[in-house]
Design a protein around this ligand. Structure first.
Ligand code: IMP
Length: 218
């Protein structure tokens, strides 16, 4: 488990009235994720606030399990409808590496290190996965995942996006996510797929949340 000692800071304003029915809060410190998610959810008429809290990350191969654990721990502290997202890059020829360790590997090996590993491997196929855990009220938690299949490009390209975007492309002859405007990345991305699944479910249910039903209260 990787607890973070950073201080708690909430953003997004007050939150538990009926008029907030179509608002959820993404728990993230990553402004790129927030922007991408806002654009996707706004197409479904859902507004997105930000809760700037670090995620508590358990060690697991399963991104849904990681997101769910983080959502449970945030839901104990925060009385708002939340979504928590965990994502990773899975490279087939490296048996799914870096997968759930994507963040650590990016910080240590970096993009150049990954390119060198893939150069020596058999095949460049890879996919991104995004897993979302949501908690709206009571004891109900739900998860949604999205994937995008693609390849690790031969070299870095593009300055847009974040993380592995400059080395991930849908095909070897196509541009990387790092070369795509955000709106284009959102047409294909793992995160957009997971968020669209969430949005469909969210809009099909009555998810009003009241302070009297907050999991944070005794
Ligand atoms: P996490 O979900 O924030 O833990 O992300 C794991 C790692 O994958 C981090 O290093 C992110 O930068 C990277 N990552 C997550 N989503 C994306 C994406 O959409 N594009 C590129 N890299 C990503």
């Amino acid at each position: 488990m990787k607890p973070s000692g950073k201080p708690l800071r909430l953003q997004g304003g007050a939150a538990t009235s009926r008029s907030d029915r179509k608002k959820v809060w993404l728990v993230t410190e990553n402004s790129h994720k927030l922007r991408e998610a806002r654009a996707v959810l706004s197409n479904h008429n859902i507004s997105l606030g930000q809760i700037r809290l670090p995620k508590v990350e358990i060690q697991s191969q399963d991104l849904e399990e990681i997101a769910l654990f983080a959502a449970r721990s945030i839901a104990e502290k925060v009385d708002r409808p939340i979504i928590v997202e965990d994502s990773g890059l899975f490279i087939s020829a490296l048996n799914g590496f870096p997968g759930p360790y994507s963040s650590y590997v990016l910080q240590t090996l970096g993009l150049d290190g990954i390119l060198r590993l893939v150069e020596r491997a058999r095949g460049r196929e890879a996919y991104f996965q995004s897993s979302i855990a949501t908690h709206l009220e009571g004891s109900v938690f739900k998860t949604f995942s999205g994937r995008v299949n693609g390849v690790i490009s031969r070299r870095k390209a593009g300055r847009r996006g974040f993380g592995y975007d400059p080395i991930f492309a849908l095909r070897l002859d196509s541009k990387t996510f790092g070369q795509m405007p955000e709106s284009e990345k959102n047409r294909y991305s793992h995160r957009a797929f997971a968020l669209r699944k969430f949005a469909k479910w969210f809009l099909c249910n009555d998810h009003s949340i009241g302070p009297d039903r907050s999991p944070a209260e005794p």
